[in-house]
Design a binder for this molecule. Structure first.
Ligand code: NAD
Length: 476
């Protein structure tokens, strides 16, 4: 269903599309395929609601966000199961994601109260200078399927707290989770038009959003390829843009690291969400003297991973999102092996029996990986861990930075001086130091280079939804 101007509606064309469980191939829901006219209606509704919402006090907006968070929290079990049915991750991970999604609502409910302006010393005795912070206006948000709850609240919470109204186009693979968030907004009594939800053909919906002068900002999370296209489209109406795009995270293990912790960290970072996270490890660089013991510990920990339907007890890795994701992992492995890499464990799609019509892939470790292989250059977005060797600090910094991406990087070392030297030299927006899972609501999440523009989370994340207005006042 579409949610426009406070009402649930079908598509104006009456058309729908199916939502598929990637663990079983079953249809788990049917959703309205919105049209250009529906998207225009959503823009008009957000535009009409803007003045009223922007005028509300931060405390009033706080109450709506808090209530939405409480409603979502009260449905944690039901929502976690829905996320798992819709996109596959194990239920425990879905619950973790819900926790993060709600954290963004809680955090920005409060942060909206701290949107401060400035007074600036004037250049004349009879003048005063004030700087106001005001919401940018109508915001369009486009989100991916890999975190179908948290990617939405990470955008909508700061936008709403700042006083913006919103149109969301969620990923076509995971529209049901988005609908649940909007049900919570509706139940919390958020005024009509403040939040709007559309689904449909992505390029078509986005085309309407991008060409409308009423939409003042586009915030996008997804692939670098689509992000670049949206930035180009934003030029005609000079929209503000925030882009959270692809990653290609290096995970660097120095010989002085606690190898057990590093191996556990590599598993957590690489295989969470079956390797389908933008900050997940894509390249493991291990100092030559410890490659053998590290790889042995890693392979041992790998045996504890259980692939299956995320709804089943004990499963730690769910399916990939679709057949294209399976094909990409298989292609990266085949390319690496053809150029000299060796498979330590895993390496193939899992089919038949319990895997039925799902998109399952074995968690895989590759060794003898070199920089000429595809896996060294492209985001795999699957459960494949390639291990590269390096000798010196300078060398690994060069390898780590040799990519157009710059989202997250990880260092495992117990040498504090080295940690600072390397962390400062890495061209990344996020560096996890002996920490494979750094994302929290209060910290700035985002990348440099082709991984994006802007930051989400913390006091930084609300900035993108605010404008400055400079008042110059001449006194009598
Ligand atoms: P995607 O770019 O294919 O899709 C993301 C969103 O864009 C979806 O809502 C999709 O419907 C929409 N979309 C697709 N084609 C479009 C078009 N032509 N015009 C406008 N919108 C369009 O990415 P995905 O496969 O859903 O997600 C995986 C990618 O997202 C990976 O590259 C991953 O690294 C990235 N990601 C980044 C972050 C981050 O915070 N940096 C977080 C999660 C995922």
């Amino acid at each position: 269903m579409l949610y426009i101007n406070g009402q649930w509606r079908d598509s104006s064309s009456g058309e729908t599309f199916d939502v598929i469980n990637p663990a079983t191939g079953e249809v788990v829901g049917r959703v309205a395929k919105g049209t250009k006219a529906d998207t225009e209606a959503a823009i008009d509704s957000a535009h009409a609601a803007f003045a009223g919402w922007a005028k509300k006090t931060a405390k009033e907006r706080y109450a709506y966000l808090k209530k939405t968070a409480d409603i979502l929290r009260s449905r944690a079990d039901e929502l976690a199961a829905l996320v798992t049915r819709e996109m596959g991750k194990p239920v425990a991970e879905s619950k973790g994601e819900l926790g993060l999604a709600v954290d963004y609502l809680d955090w920005y409910a409060e942060e909206g109260k701290r949107v401060y302006g400035d007074t600036i010393p004037a250049s004349a005795e009879d003048k005063r200078i004030l700087v106001l912070r005001q919401p940018v206006g109508v915001v369009a948000a486009i989100t991916p399927w890999n975190f179908p709850l948290a990617m939405i609240t990470r955008k909508l919470a700061p936008a709403l707290a700042a006083g913006c109204t919103v149109i969301l186009k969620a990923a076509e693979a995971t529209p049901l989770s988005a609908i649940e968030i909007f049900k919570a907004f509706h139940e919390a009594g958020i005024p009509a038009g403040v939040v709007n939800l559309v689904s449909g053909v992505p390029a078509e919906v986005a085309g309407v959003l991008m060409s409308s002068p009423k939409v003042r900002k586009m915030t996008f999370t997804g692939s670098t390829q689509v992000g670049k296209q949206l930035v180009r489209q934003s030029a005609d109406t000079m929209k503000k843009v925030s882009m959270e795009l692809g990653g290609h995270a290096p995970f660097i293990v120095f010989e002085d690291a606690d190898l057990g912790e590093a191996a556990k960290g590599a598993i957590a970072s690489k295989f969470r969400n079956a390797g389908q996270t933008c900050v997940c490890t894509n390249r493991i660089y291990v100092q030559k003297s410890v490659v053998k013991p590290f790889t042995e510990i890693l392979a041992r920990h790998m045996q504890a991973l259980v692939v299956g339907n995320g709804l089943d007890e004990g499963v730690t890795i769910g399916p990939l999102i679709n057949d294209r994701a399976v094909a990409k992992s298989a292609d990266h492995i085949a390319d690496a092996v053809s150029k000299g890499a060796a498979v330590v464990c895993g390496g193939a799609e899992l089919t038949g029996g319990a895997y039925g019509n799902g998109y399952f892939f074995e968690p895989t470790v590759l060794v003898n990986v070199t920089s000429d292989m595809k896996i060294a250059r492209e985001e795999t977005f699957g459960p494949v861990a390639p291990v590269f060797e390096f000798e010196t600090e300078e060398e690994v910094i060069r390898y780590a930075n040799d990519t157009e991406y710059g989202l997250a990087a990880y260092i495992f070392s117990r040498d504090l001086s080295r940690v600072f030297r390397v962390a400062e030299a890495l061209e990344y927006g996020i560096v996890g130091i002996n920490d494979p899972l750094p994302t929290v609501a209060q910290a700035p999440f985002g990348g440099v280079k082709e991984s994006g523009i802007g930051r989400e989370g913390g006091k930084y994340g609300i900035e993108d939804y605010l404008e400055y207005k400079f008042l110059s006042i001449k006194l009598d």
